[in-house]
Design a protein around this ligand. Structure first.
Ligand code: SF4
Length: 180
């Protein structure tokens, strides 16, 4: 298999959660959408509008197909704040005490794609956690860029035949769909 011209940011999240999970997605064995995910998509538009208003966005675009910097995928929304694009990802869960690295990195890939797509510097993005109605602001730091690009390279290696080692973890494996 050859690596695709662009990588979906959700694969960045999957790989950082566990490389084996990304491997199964690439092999065509992705977890099907759960009822919670489907319901989340239905209520997403209202949530996006509320977040845009709270952040003082001048404009909002829903379900934007972003492509650039080696990434492509549909982000839930792009807010325009002070003339700059800021991707917004909606998660159906509660906001964790610390935003997990896989969530930051997924958004980081969308931020890099948005820079290329809009031709404007992106300084930050947002994650809205619908269950608790909280929004996390994620800056696009150099460390985050490095992590995202490093992970994208690892994913390309899977496409070209590398089988990654699973990273079993007592907090992750019991609830992981790929366990079966
Ligand atoms: S069950 Fe554990 S090792 Fe297997 S894919 Fe899930 S997190 Fe990774």
């Amino acid at each position: 298999m050859t690596a695709p011209p662009c990588i979906n940011p959700s694969l960045i999240r999957q790989y950082l959660y566990c490389p084996a999970a990304a491997y199964y997605v690439i092999a065509g064995l992705a977890e099907p959408p759960t009822e919670r995910m489907k319901k989340g998509k239905e209520t997403q538009k209202e949530a996006v509008e509320a977040v845009a208003k709270a952040l003082g966005a001048e404009a909002v675009e829903h379900s934007v197909q972003l492509r650039g910097a080696g990434f492509c995928g549909v982000i839930d929304a792009v807010l325009i704040i002070d003339g700059r694009p800021a991707p917004l990802e909606v998660k159906t869960t509660t906001k964790p005490r610390r935003v997990p690295t896989p969530h930051k990195a997924q958004l980081g890939a969308y931020m890099l794609a948005a820079q290329a797509h809009y031709g404007k510097a992106v300084q930050r993005g947002y994650i809205y956690y619908a269950e608790t109605g909280e929004t996390a602001e994620i800056p696009l730091t150099q460390d985050l860029k490095t992590l995202v690009l490093y992970t994208a390279d690892k994913i390309r290696q899977i496409y070209t035949g590398h089988t990654p080692q699973p990273r079993p973890h007592p907090n992750k494996c019991p609830g992981c769909w790929y366990r079966k």
